[in-house]
Design a protein around this ligand. Structure first.
Ligand code: GLN
Length: 451
């Protein structure tokens, strides 16, 4: 009740939730109390959570932040949310997001912008929460829920976690099932968790993860006790610092915070090692070819025939065109056009195929680095949260936000953002921990030493 009251008080300003499941949530909470009374409490019994509105929830509208799915009520539950429910979680609502998870600021949602609960010292300017999981991050930061699900295709959990001063983990590709998660770029998409601490993230991920035969890319790998790994410590670990991430123009505050985080790790017994990830500078262009290519293919299903919005048309083709013209926003259309272009005859070899080859080189950079280090620590973002209009008119400027995060998706590696301090204006900044494939345990231990 307290959390629903907080949502009622703050959501009109923050717009963190597209749908609030008030009565249904109270029923779920009462059922949860009853289970507890019978001594049947699950590991997340009664914990109020938010769910990014990209996860299908049976009987609850799932919009993907898009007008084209504005009236879509899934008849089934995603595997990740089903597992959270199995463990006793209570969902309070569906969190706002960039349309189809395309964005870094939550300015592309068809359901309005999300406001970051943080403000610069002495200023009232509205700041973006980051994206695409901006509603989830803002809801956790503003204490509307204790945790939330997110998805991360190129940084959409880690970047909003950093902008909102909370913790967010994107696990290894294949760790969480994508069944029932609206697809953006299937070879990059991963579900993950937001919470206020590394430990809470570990507990949530433990519930969300696991093999699912309904997702052909789900990994049949045992889920370790993530929460137990949190307090493992970092003594004797080798932490890599990639020299290519010391970008020209990286703010001195972020560079200083990065050094501070490394100093904490050194004090806790880790060894700091400089490493090289030589193909880093190709990561953003590679990502912005691969992701739109897959998106253009995935989004072909929104044709006005099978589900979602349908506009009237004179014939089938006209119906498709009118539906897609009316249903998709500008950023989604831009991605579909880029993706269709890079996949088209004559350009496929020059763009898509080449991007796939570079993706393999980026992955190899990490494989090489992990021969000598156990985890990699970098800033999560090149700046703190910005105001609408500051960074947002030029799509390429917006894409630059993802410069530190897209590499982990291209290589399929686990990555987490942990709050590491405030900038001179009082805004939170995050540090990113990247681990070996399926070694979230080390990521949690290193994150715990920084938070
Ligand atoms: N900002 C990136 C994009 O717009 C990442 C989005 C995401 O991770 N879902 O593609």
């Amino acid at each position: 009740r307290a959390h629903l009251a907080a949502i009622e008080a703050l959501n009109p300003r923050l717009n963190a939730f597209i749908t609030v499941t008030g009565e249904q949530a109270m029923d779920a909470a009462r059922a949860s109390d009853a289970r507890r009374g019978r001594g049947e409490a699950g590991p997340l019994e009664g914990i109020p959570l938010g769910v990014k509105d990209l996860f299908c929830t049976a009987g609850v509208r799932t919009t993907a932040g898009s007008k084209i799915l504005g009236n879509f009520i899934p008849p089934y539950e995603s595997t990740v949310t089903a597992q959270l429910l199995r463990d006793g979680a209570v969902f309070l609502g569906k969190a706002n997001l960039d349309e189809f998870a395309m964005g870094s600021s939550n300015l592309t949602s068809a359901f309005g912008d999300v406001e970051n609960p943080w403000k610069r010292h002495g200023q009232n300017t509205r700041l973006v929460p980051g994206g695409s999981s901006g509603g989830s991050a803002a809801a956790v930061a503003a204490r509307l829920v204790m945790g939330a699900t997110g998805t991360d295709t190129g940084g959409s959990i880690r970047q909003p976690a950093a902008f909102c001063g909370i913790t967010g983990i994107k696990p290894s590709y294949g760790r969480c099932s994508r069944f029932g998660v609206v697809a953006f770029a299937s070879s990059l998409d991963q579900a993950g968790a937001f919470a206020r601490s590394v430990e809470d993230c570990a507990i949530l991920l433990g519930s969300m993860a696991g093999f699912d035969p309904r997702d052909s890319t789900s990994a049949d790998v045992a889920v370790p006790d993530f929460a137990a790994a949190v307090e493992r410590g970092v003594k004797g670990l080798r932490i890599g610092v990639p020299r290519e991430y010391r970008l020209d123009g990286l703010s001195t505050e972020i560079a200083a915070l990065w050094d501070q985080g490394l100093a904490w790790l050194r004090e806790a017994g880790a060894e700091i090692v400089e490493i090289s990830l030589p193909h880093t500078r190709y990561a953003l262009p590679t990502y912005y070819i691969v992701a739109p290519a897959e998106a253009s293919s995935n989004l072909a299903r929104y044709d006005g025939v099978r589900f979602g919005l349908r506009e009237r048309g004179d014939d089938l083709r006209d119906l498709y065109e009118r539906t897609r013209a009316a249903g998709f926003g500008d950023e989604v259309k831009r991605r579909i056009m880029i993706g269709t272009y890079v996949l088209s005859a004559g350009y496929y070899d020059a763009y898509y195929l080449r991007a796939q080859k570079i993706r393999a080189l980026i992955t190899r950079d990490f494989t090489d680095a992990f021969q000598t280090v156990d985890a990699i620590v970098t800033p999560t973002t090149p700046s703190a949260a910005f105001a609408e209009g500051e960074n947002t008119d030029d799509p390429v400027m917006m894409y630059l936000n993802d410069v530190f995060t897209v590499t982990a998706n291209l290589a399929g590696l686990p990555g987490m953002s942990v709050p590491a301090g405030l900038d001179g204006q009082g805004l939170p900044l995050g540090l990113q921990v990247i681990g070996r494939n399926f070694d979230e345990e080390t990521v949690f231990a290193v994150g715990r030493a920084i938070e």
